[in-house]
Design a protein around this ligand. Structure first.
Ligand code: NOJ
Length: 738
């Protein structure tokens, strides 16, 4: 009896009965309570179970018999199955063939587009254009929702500072501020104003948490960071996602402070639920409950399930641990029924929010599928997004743009003709045959008067140099050479870490020999991570970072190569000079012995400079910008503080261009040491040739606060230096006191 009262109290304190959530009304919460009271334990565990179909393999195991599990009410969610008709049939099984007819939720990795593929997220982050990032997410949602999907496993909001890690392609790069801005845009784009709008998807903030801090950049590897860096660097984008209304979180594979994320009570309950008040549901990553056994935190799967559910994991992705062991764990009283009910409620809440209880087939309309996918408009946005993601790294003697009147152009390199490498990893239903290759884009941009030759020269990997002479012969006949090199799309993404981040194979050798022809060498890079370009930089006249630009990539690159569009992209991750500098990122600290060339005993390498090859925030344009010294005005009222900075920016070149004006702060003295620079503002400013604009930024206490010595957030009195400019090495500075 006492136990029952206690359970009731727990249920009340979890805010379940008659409360409402961010997504559900009081009425709906009551309906959820009523439904839960009718469910058997096995049906509840079914709701907490997610299985993959055999349509796609995105992890180490596949599952047979998932349809039987649906019919038996043993799974409430399916991923890697799509299209309106296929998912309708699976939904029908759940609705018509199970006792309670609870609708399934269908998930998929719609990371940078469903069928219309946009640039990889790292590329989109290079645009610094949150409006565009929101728009591409909205389109991705529109297409995926038309194909029977409800839930995307995106955005990935992991801050990542190690280019060896293949998954840097999937996120927003190294910076917290830019990462937060892109995260908010993505969540809003996927989810829209209202989850019940059938053209939207529920988003998933992943991978919670600190996955990007894997030791040595090796995927799935150990993470060992301080609570301070967890909270200052790795958690803020997750909190932003939550504030933007994200409905689900996904746990990460790694451990944090000795606790695997899928069994981490501190992360999942103390922070996510108790501190932040998250009301949606938490899903694991693929079999990550089972993986707590090799992690060495539990001896068997059953105990892993107990640990996960008690830590706060609501849904088990693919591991079948809840499916196999949770009933027994409840019988043994190792897992409380109230805990199960809480998880089920959080899952049902999202199903309610999506409108699935009203009409479980609202995402399964064949007409909608036929008319909403890969449309002309979506492709136009893909082209715009790709153009804005490109970063011009070098442009000696204005080698770019090339004149469209060019007589003869040699296109060289193993990736020039590739359609599949335009897609990048995680391309959902994107199809290589739909993609515009670089060669096709160039051909389409140039008229009949230009002769275009194509020779691959070398392959991406391998030692074969026998194709180089043909490439040299073509180059000698041409007025300019466009060399398309990089990494195959399979060389980044999940389980795709590299110890070497130079161009693989003989591609650098190809560039070096082409350079000796004396012709202008324009390098276009397709890759998913910052590369070490030290061995090609002196052999190239121009370098254009194109990432994996998506369906319309070839057209977008041609738009830039031939000057129809002026490059705007800025690096969201530092490009090192060598892998030995990694991890390298712009907001490092000063140390007690900052580098001084005249003093041996200072912080440096014997064989390499401390500086990167290309810093965070860097990218050239076809025009130039001048920054004057900023000014500051302070204002204080009732404990509030703001500082407004003004800077005059002038387009000093000959073309209209867009500048990403960036503001960095250095808090000189703190109760804990502060980075030398922290991005705290950016604005996209369009300027005609010769035009000047005064750009204003206002910083409040929020941006100037940090986690102080006592682990509380706040701003401390003292001097702040503020730098405003076009990259993280900006020199124009103003200081103020607080
Ligand atoms: C594993 C990946 O880590 C995760 O990002 C993805 O969403 C799941 N597999 C599902 O495919």
């Amino acid at each position: 009896m006492r136990k029952n009262i206690l359970l009731l109290l727990i249920a009340f304190s979890a805010g379940s009965l008659f409360a409402q959530s961010r997504w559900t009304t009081e009425e709906e919460e009551k309906a959820i309570d009523a439904l839960i009271s009718e469910m058997t334990l096995l049906e509840k565990i079914g709701q907490m179970t997610l299985f993959t179909s055999d349509w796609d393999q995105t992890g180490p195991t596949l599952r047979e018999g998932y349809q039987e599990d649906i019919r038996g009410g043993r799974t409430g969610a399916i991923f890697n199955a799509h299209t309106a008709d296929y998912n309708r049939e699976l939904q029908r099984m759940a609705i018509e063939e199970t006792r309670l007819g609870i609708p399934l939720i269908f998930g998929y990795d719609v990371i940078h587009g469903y069928r219309t593929i946009f640039p990889i997220p790292l590329g989109e982050a290079a645009s610094w254009n949150t409006t565009l990032a929101e728009e591409t997410a909205r389109i991705a949602a529109r297409e995926a929702a038309a194909a029977g999907l409800h839930w995307t496993f995106a955005p990935m909001v992991d801050v990542a500072r190690d280019p060896r890690w293949g998954r840097v392609m999937e996120g927003n790069g190294e910076d917290v501020f830019l990462g937060k801005a892109m995260t908010e845009a993505k969540v809003k784009g996927y989810q829209g104003e209202d989850l019940s709008d059938p053209f939207t998807l529920v988003a998933c903030a992943k991978h919670y948490a600190a996955y990007g801090a894997a030791q040595a950049g090796r995927d799935y590897h150990t993470v060992d960071i301080s609570e301070r860096s967890l909270r200052e660097t790795y958690l803020p984008p997750f909190k932003t996602a939550l504030d933007a209304g994200v409905g689900t979180f996904m746990t990460s594979f790694n451990e944090v402070d000795g606790q695997p994320a899928s069994g981490n009570y501190h992360l999942l309950t103390e922070i996510l639920r108790d501190e932040w008040g998250f009301e949606g549901f938490v899903v694991t990553d693929y079999t990550s409950i089972n993986e707590m056994v090799p992690h060495g935190i539990v001896a068997n799967d059953a105990d892993a399930g107990e640990l996960a559910v008690n830590a706060g994991v609501d849904m088990d992705m693919q591991g079948a641990v809840y499916y196999n062991y949770l009933e027994k764990k409840v019988a043994e009283d190792k897992v409380k029924l109230a805990k199960i009910d809480q998880a089920v409620r959080q899952i049902l809440r999202i199903k309610y929010a999506l409108g699935l209880f009203e009409d479980p087939y609202r995402y399964n309309d064949m007409d909608r599928q036929a008319t909403n996918i890969f449309t002309v408009d979506h492709r136009a946005t893909a082209r715009a997004a790709a153009r804005e993601s490109l970063v011009l790294l070098k442009n000696e003697n204005n080698a770019l743009p090339l004149a469209k009147s060019i007589r003869q152009l040699a296109v060289v390199g193993p990736l020039a003709e590739s359609q599949e490498d335009m897609l990048g990893a995680w391309h959902a239903d994107g199809r290589a045959r739909d993609c515009v290759s670089l060669l096709t884009g160039i051909q389409a941009a140039l008229g009949q008067t230009t002769k275009i030759s194509y020779t691959p020269g070398v392959s991406v990997e391998g030692d074969d140099e026998t194709g180089i002479p043909a490439a040299l012969a073509a180059a000698k006949l041409a007025d300019a050479v466009v060399v398309v090199v990089g990494e195959k799309w399979t060389m980044s993404g999940e389980a795709a870490s590299r110890t070497s981040i130079t161009l693989p194979g003989k591609q650098a050798e190809l560039i070096s020999q082409l350079h000796q022809t004396g012709k202008p060498i324009i390098v276009v890079l397709l890759n998913g991570r910052p590369l070490d370009l030290s061995n090609i930089i002196d052999h190239s006249d121009a370098i254009l970072e194109a990432w994996y630009p998506g369906s319309e990539g070839g057209h977008a690159v041609a738009d830039i190569l031939f000057g129809d569009y002026v490059p705007v992209g800025k690096l969201p991750m530092t490009f090192p000079r060598s892998v030995g500098q990694v991890p390298i990122f712009y907001n490092m600290k000063n140390t007690g012995r900052p580098f001084d060339a005249g003093n041996k005993y200072t912080s440096k390498y014997l064989d390499e400079s401390n500086d990167p090859l290309f810093p965070f925030g860097f990218g050239l344009s076809y025009t130039t910008f001048n920054y004057e010294t900023p000014t500051v005005t302070k204002a204080a009222s009732e404990g509030d503080f703001t500082a407004t900075f003004s800077v005059k920016v002038t387009n000093t070149g000959k073309r209209l261009g867009r500048e990403v004006v960036q503001l960095y702060v250095h808090d000189l003295v703190g109760s804990v040491t502060r980075p030398l620079r922290e991005l705290k503002g950016f604005q996209l400013v369009d300027l005609a040739a010769g035009e000047s604009k005064t750009v204003e930024f206002t910083l409040s206490k929020e941006e100037l606060s940090f986690l102080r010595r006592d682990m509380t957030w706040g701003m401390e009195p003292g001097t702040f230096d503020v730098y405003i400019g076009g990259d993280s090495r900006a020199t124009q500075k103003v200081s103020f006191e607080y």
